[in-house]
Design a protein around this ligand. Sequence first.
Ligand code: BGC
Ligand code: CA
Length: 356
Amino acid sequence: MIRKMKSKKLKRWGTICVAALTAGALLCSCGSQQFVAKNKIHVGVTYYNQSDTFLNELLECFVEDLKDSGKDAVETTVTIRDAAGSQRTQNDQVKELIDAGCDVLCVNLVDRADPSEIIDLARECDVPIVFFNREPVAEDLLQWDKLYYVGADAEQSGILQGELASDLIKQDGSTDRNGDGKIQYVILEGEAGHQDAIIRTENAVETMKNNGVELEKLSYQIANWNRAQAQNRMQQMIGQYGDGIELVLANNDDMALGAVDAYEKSELSEEDYPVFFGIDGTDVGVQAVADGAFAGTVYNDKEGQAEAMAELAVVLATGDGLQNLEFERGKYIYLPYEKITRENVSTFFKAAVPGE
Ligand code: BGC
Ligand code: CA
């Protein structure tokens, strides 16, 4: 077993070793990107975990967008790698992608605080990087001028979720099921250290308070963006608070769905359920709003982000058209969030199908 793995690994790194030997101290072989004709580009993508619903949908759009850009006389190929939650694996994947001749990299960091090795590898071989969804800290993005970020503003998503919840609570007195004038709530939070976790929570709660909603926090649990983990955490909270929870705020749709799963598996009847709010508007999230399982969610514009990434990747790889793109602080593209409610949900079904 060990032997097998060893020989596979050796094979994989064979070309790199030869190049490194001939070039002396070079860390990577720098692929062949300098010699690739500008109308043919190879895009390398690595993302933190292939079990992530939002990112899978975003990348599906991205691949479509790259195909479309192919119609404008640029032929694109794309290689996508799953880092399976390991920064070390992701660093190796970046080496491989560069060695395979990628002209540009799109990187969804495993650890957003640890991009230095990837940046060094890319700079060494002059391969620009578009980071996406997991935002590196500002200082890291300043390490080199060919580093960019495409994503969305976490604060805005929290504010919109807070507004959705406040509107409902004000319109519908039955949300306060025990009639004590306060909303008993729990939070399901994304990964610790992710820019979209704490900021969403803080802004959602703050917005509700600013809108005059009396709140009582019962509990908060981290469920790492994951539906099964959220179901598990929610089961524990139902065990503790029974029918006493009136509102579930989740940092993303998958965790809100996990919470709904927990209630469906519980002994409680539907009139004892809280109201649920997510963020993302993934296909399943949009469906949950349409079905009434969620009171609302906030659209994290995967189509817009994918399109911006594809456009930027092509521009960086061909070296043509950077001046036509608009950036914040010279390096950032943020796509706005939108509220999804029962009233407008039908318009998001369309958006959920790439290419339509
Ligand atoms: C999304 C989550 C996703 C996470 C991954 C967030 O912006 O809302 O659904 O799991 O990014 O990094
Ligand atoms: Ca109450």
